[in-house]
Design a protein around this ligand. Sequence first.
Ligand code: SDX
Length: 439
Amino acid sequence: MSQDAGSNAPKDSVTLIDHSTGNELNMPLLEGTVGPKVIDIRKLYSELDYFTFDPGFMATGSCDSRITYIDGDAGVLLYRGYRIDDLAKHCDFPEVSYLLLKGELPDEEKKNKFVSDITYHTMVHEQLHKFYDGFRRDAHPMAIMCGVVGALSAFYHDSTDISDPRQRMIASYRLIAKMPTIAAWAYKYAIGQPFVYPRNDLSYAADFIHMMFATPCEEYIVSPTISRAMDRILTLHADHEQNASTSTVRLAGSSGANPFACIAAGIASLWGPAHGGANEAVLKMLNEIGDVKKIPEFVAKAKDKDDPFRLMGFGHRVYKNFDPRATLMRETCHEVLGELGIKDDPLLDLAMELEKIALEDEYFVERKLYPNVDFYSGIIFKAIGIPESMFTVLFAVARTVGWISQWNEMIEDPGQKIGRPRQLYIGETERDFVPLGDR
Ligand code: SDX
């Protein structure tokens, strides 16, 4: 039963009144440093024998965190308190990775040490080569990523004791460092070219591009424009609060699973077209639309409740304003196409027209459906030569630092418990068994 419910309740609380029984429960309101307060419902089941019901977690906070803050109405995204536009314009991806992982921007010395530590973990165990041979050449690179990253725990036993902070950090560095190598090799395997080893003299982004496009036959010079674009794209995709794939990593990690297995689970979740798979789906959609004249037909399909088609790259669970990453991505898109001398890219023209039409359409305006991070990323990826099948793989490479930072935060939380949601059961009540002969 409740104490001090109703009129005697403290100010920083809410009172739930159960009109079916007259019971009341006083629940504390918890306040973060910024953003909505949360109702602490942890006593609800023990006191009133009720669960909450929130499919899709539309209004549920799963944890407290210091890593990323999103204001969906204002279109604000902060990594450890720094605005995403400041970080994208003034930092490189290793610096942002250090910030997400450790909570502060590094000074020159700390940054150089971090870059060196990551650089010297970019190679993978030579046996890992053999995992690729088990896949068909036409396997989707995300399928290869799920398999090979999950297998890392078979190679790096010395960093799977999650109770040891040092082993947690070694596993974190290994994952951040090895993802570009594993990803680039998934592409090389798909096109039948030999794997290219990481180069310690290249930056993180440049090395990733080099491993994807270099061949043993001649020197491959990485374009500074493309390297800078890749670095910014990695920063824009690095973390995003408790999205589906991050929540998957946290839930997997809450059972004590090793970090390599947890990141593999995150990769699987990111693959879905409603999540990280949307960038690939946007390109497919733009190619299907094909012509500006066909845009109204596709916008109508997106609005038709009987048609499962959705405008890929539009809408977001949290952003009910412009996704700040989409704005930065659009700027980067124009910069990259301009620097590469690509004047009128038909896909970009189509995307700009689609964005204009959608943003003026009542259906999208009413539902606050704006372009999200995936809307422009595919066009840049295509401009810098990344094949469509690799778009979500790039997203996974970038998001690994966010996933592993969130995983570390969860493991380090002294109050951490295994995640175990309940349900509203709507199935059969207990009934007598019927032997086969009597059915
Ligand atoms: C990412 O969570 C994150 O932070 C994710 C992410 C990250 O960095 O981790 O930001 C990355 O996943 C970005 C989102 C990429 N996905 C897409 O672009 C796929 C297309 N978008 C939709 O599938 C959808 O907008 C979601 C999945 C992104 C959000 O879905 P919600 O929050 O569950 O919204 P909803 O389905 O309840 O939609 C609300 C209304 C519905 O109409 P009504 O029932 O109210 O009439 O808006 C409609 C939807 O039908 N709607 C769309 C639409 N998105 C929502 N209608 C047409 N086209 C769309 N894209």
